[in-house]
Ligand binder design. Structure first.
Ligand code: SF4
Length: 458
């Protein structure tokens, strides 16, 4: 499937299934609480954190206003440094470009850095269709690939798996029968499995956290070092980059390289930051390609409220504080973009009709906005998208009835008097039933403000 969607089930029905998985909730509760604690501690170290957030949001906002200019500037700089830039309108075009480069080099397998953008376009499937093995080299992505599973968290894709489950999986696939669930043993097993693949791969595939227009540089932040192996050892490197990853100037990185590690893993600095701006003689890949991907992004850009979703730097802080995500997990969102950011990004990238229930996958508590390092007002976008979702029959009838009541003062007063004498179970029936199934319908006040006022007026 060449889209961000992994399941067509609506959020409520998928959530109902996920909520039955007690182990999943236990894993999620433990993992998100740990990351939240670490994030709070590292953020508290910076007295100018709020100013950094403000700066991050403003840089992204300014970039989006002249994105066309920055993209062309990036293309010029990357090409001048000896790289090749390709433009892809959608997933199919991006996959076709990547497949043709891999085939031109006669590669039967490629090594991959963890990349949501390549997941979004379904690149692994496109490569498999022409007989090319795409090997995920990030520890969590490897776990998912070995088990035919898919990501449930932006940063920790296998957050729904615990050590014992991983041990059992490794025993079945790449490990020895006496493997224990000791993290260092599990990591060593993955390392041994991947090492020779790194050394023999002729093509590496990555995404990018940032693309700097001024210098034509791509930047990848990671924790394990596998990304650096993928981007330096093979002869050819292909990077699939969403057009929203652009930042205009080199110095803009100063802001984002402080915001991202603290917000994502709760670290002051991520262990590996790789930067490249075209091939260099005697060092790293001989051939470098960038595929600049639209895939719905320009449509998102056209929406004045919704476009802020493109500012996202994929830190996952909003997932870790979301009370809905913490209970349902990522698979309930049916997309490779889960949690609050997924609830506003997927319906915009794919069209609201493809995921109409996602804007409702939130309590609108605002915790996501408070932690977002680039100040994306997720609750505001959620409400905006709710306004764009196709209304269901009962909802439409309820709205029409309310509009009719509110249009006439006498009619409205009569309805108020009637609501006071109706028992709550009758008022909560009919079109209101779905709403009152999980909530109490507040009793109507015995006296309206107008009645109270008229009574007291001299
Ligand atoms: S929306 Fe904000 S908090 Fe959520 S992943 Fe994106 S940048 Fe991080």
């Amino acid at each position: 499937m060449s889209t961000a969607r992994r399941s067509s089930a609506s959020f409520p029905s998928a959530a109902r299934v996920e909520l039955r998985r007690t182990q999943l909730r236990r894993n999620l509760g433990h993992a998100t609480a740990t990351i939240r604690r670490k994030r709070l501690a590292t953020v508290a170290e910076l007295s100018d954190w709020e100013e950094l957030r403000e700066a991050g949001g403003l840089i992204k906002d300014r970039t989006m206003r002249s994105l066309d200019r920055h993209l062309e500037e990036f293309e010029r700089a990357f090409t001048a440094a000896g790289g090749e830039v390709h433009w892809a309108r959608d997933a199919d075009e991006a996959n076709a470009i990547a497949v043709s480069i891999v085939q031109r080099h006669g590669a039967a397998e490629v090594v991959k850095v963890k990349s949501l953008t390549t997941d979004e376009i379904g690149l692994n499937d496109a490569l498999a269709a022409v007989g090319v093995d795409a090997i995920e080299t990030d520890f969590a992505e490897l776990i998912l690939q070995l088990d035919g599973d898919w990501s449930s968290h932006i940063l920790v894709p296998a957050i729904h798996r615990n050590r014992t489950e991983i041990r059992d999986l490794f025993r079945r696939t790449i490990g020895d029968a006496d493997l224990t669930d000791d993290p260092s043993q599990l990591a060593e097993t993955a390392r041994r499995h991947l090492r020779e693949r790194f050394l023999r791969a002729r093509v590496g595939i990555s995404g990018a956290n940032f693309a700097v227009a001024e210098t034509g540089s791509l930047v990848v932040l990671e924790s394990e070092g596998n990304g650096r192996m993928c981007t330096t050892l093979p002869e050819v490197l292909i990077s699939v980059v969403g057009i929203e990853k652009l930042v205009p100037r080199w110095e803009d990185l100063e802001v984002f390289l402080q915001l991202l590690p603290r917000s994502s893993t709760g670290e002051r600095m991520n262990p590996y930051t790789s930067v490249w701006s075209g091939p260099v003689d005697g060092d790293g890949p001989r051939e470098m390609h960038v595929i600049l991907l639209d895939n719905g992004r320009t449509r998102v850009l056209a929406d004045a409220v919704g476009r802020q979703a493109l500012h996202c730097i994929r830190c996952s802080a909003c997932l870790n504080v979301c009370p809905v995500y913490e209970r349902t997990g990522g698979h309930a969102y049916g997309s490779i973009y889960p949690g609050p950011i997924g609830a506003i990004l997927t319906p915009q990238l794919e069209g609201i009709g493809a995921a109409p229930s996602l804007p409702y996958a939130s309590s609108l508590c605002g915790a996501c906005y408070e932690v977002c390092p680039v100040k994306i007002d997720i609750p505001r976008v959620l409400v905006h998208l709710r306004g764009l979702t196709p209304k269901r029959g009962a909802e439409r009838r309820a709205m029409r009835t309310l509009a009719w009541l509110f249009a006439d003062a006498r009619r409205y007063r009569r309805a108020q008097r009637l609501a006071r004498v109706l028992p709550a179970r009758v008022a909560g029936a009919g079109p209101m039933r779905a709403w009152t199934a999980g909530r109490d319908l507040p009793a109507v006040a015995p006296q309206s403000f107008r009645e109270w006022w008229h009574e007291r007026r001299p």
